[in-house]
Each structure stands twice: as structure tokens, then as C-alpha cells.
Ligand binder design. Sequence first.
Ligand code: NAP
Length: 228
Amino acid sequence: MTTLLITGTNKGVGLELTKIYAARGDTVYAACRNPAEAEALKAIEGDVKIVEVVVGDSASVTAMAASLEGVAIDVVVNNAGMAGPSFDQQTTYAMDFEGWAETFNVNSMGPVRVMQALLPNLRSGTEAKVVTITSQMGALSLDMVAAHAYCASKAAINKFMRMASIDLKKEDIAVGLIHPGWVQTDMGGPRADLTPLESAEGVAAVIDQLSLSNTGGFWKWNGETHDW
Ligand SMILES: NC(=O)c1ccc[n+]([C@@H]2O[C@H](COP(=O)([O-])OP(=O)(O)OC[C@H]3O[C@@H](n4cnc5c(N)ncnc54)[C@H](OP(=O)(O)O)[C@@H]3O)[C@@H](O)[C@H]2O)c1
């Protein structure tokens, strides 16, 4: 059985990932901002332990890690993310700079905060992995012009995690990046291609195939390699 910590689990892709692992019989530390209001999480049957974390807040991440001291974690899934300022305020011509900074704080620094805080847990895990749910919109190869702050935040975490994969391979910890598809969540909207369950099933399959032999990869939810 695997022990995972997943962020952003109260809804969307993170909620479906939590259901999938709980159904497999795994232990899931399901992290979210407001455990008291996480009704869908509380309804999941299985070994789901709800923990509080605000990934944009270092003190919150440190407190979460302290509450997990001594717990071996095999897989950390950095899933929490935000779309950033209104799309007309994150363009070439107009930028909500405070909003961009918060987007960077959550999408780019959040996964690093969580990863660093949980390294002691990962070091005592089995076949340890750090997975970050990024986006095709962070790929330099995709000339889609929209949501500049969001895209830049995902490009930044892609680069960071690629470098982290090289460092952490020496510690037998695999690192991967996954684009979950365009998903019908609060972020993706109702017209998106995939249901949250379809996306999460694909993401879980990609996480299964991540190992030290392919560490540092960037994949789509369907298992295809993603261009950088
Ligand atoms: N949906 C898509 O089409 C799509 C496409 C590409 C990539 N992605 C990525 O997939 C991941 C999951 O997104 P989703 O579609 O499932 O979106 P979602 O339904 O909007 O869920 C986002 C999750 O992130 C959490 N979150 C946001 N800011 C946070 C913070 N500062 N601290 C802690 N948690 C925070 C949210 O918590 P609250 O409910 O408390 O806000 C929620 O649990 C994100 O990283 C996103 O960028 C999504």
C-alpha cells in the first residue's frame, strides 16, 4: 500500500485523485485550505486523513509538515493551483502585478514549499515520488496566447521541478510533471474536454509509471510525453 499527500483535495482533480487512491486501499493525507468545509472529502470511504494547508503560506506548510513528523510518505502530489487575475488583467498589455505575484506564490512556490517541507517524510518512503500538476500552458512550445501570469507560473514550476529531479535522483526520489488535460472543474469550466474523474484516472496511471529511470519527465494525463 502507498501513502500519499495530495494538495488541493477539496474539489476538482485533487478530489478525484483522493477517491481513486482511497479506493485502491492506499492512505491519503488529503490537504486542503478549509478542512471544516471539505464535505466531499469527508464523504470518501477509506483511509483518508484530512490535513490543513495553505500552499502559499510558508508558516502553514511548516505547520502541516510538523503535524506529519515521522510519517513515511511515498508520493507527494502538488495539485493545488489557481488561475490568477481576471484574464483581461494578465495580458501583454495589462497586468495585475499583485495578482501575478500571488499566482506565482501559489503555483510556482507552493509545490516547492510542500516538497521541501516533506523531504524527511519522502526519505523514509518507498519508491518516493514528487509529482506536480502543471499545465500545457506552461510549455514554451505551445503558442497559445492567454492567461500570461498563469502560464508564466506554470513554466517556472516546470523548470524548477526539472532541476529538482536531477538533485533528488541522488536521493532516490523521482520527480515528474503532469498536464491533466482541459478539465471540467471550477478552473477549467464546463466546456472542457475531460471530466475530473477521467483526468484523475489518467494522472494516477502516469504517477504509477514514474520512476527513477524516467525522472524529470513532463507528461500529459493520457501518458503521452509533453513537449517542454
Ligand atoms: N482544469 C483544467 O483545465 C486544468 C488544466 C491544466 C492544469 N490544471 C491544473 O490542475 C490543478 C488542479 O486544478 P483543478 O482544475 O482541479 O482546479 P479547481 O477545481 O479550481 O481546484 C483547485 C484546488 O487548488 C486549491 N488551491 C488554490 N489556491 C490554493 C492555496 N493558496 N492553498 C491551498 N490550496 C489552494 C483549491 O482550494 P480552494 O477550494 O480552497 O480554493 C482547490 O482545492 C491545478 O494545479 C491547475 O493549475 C487544470
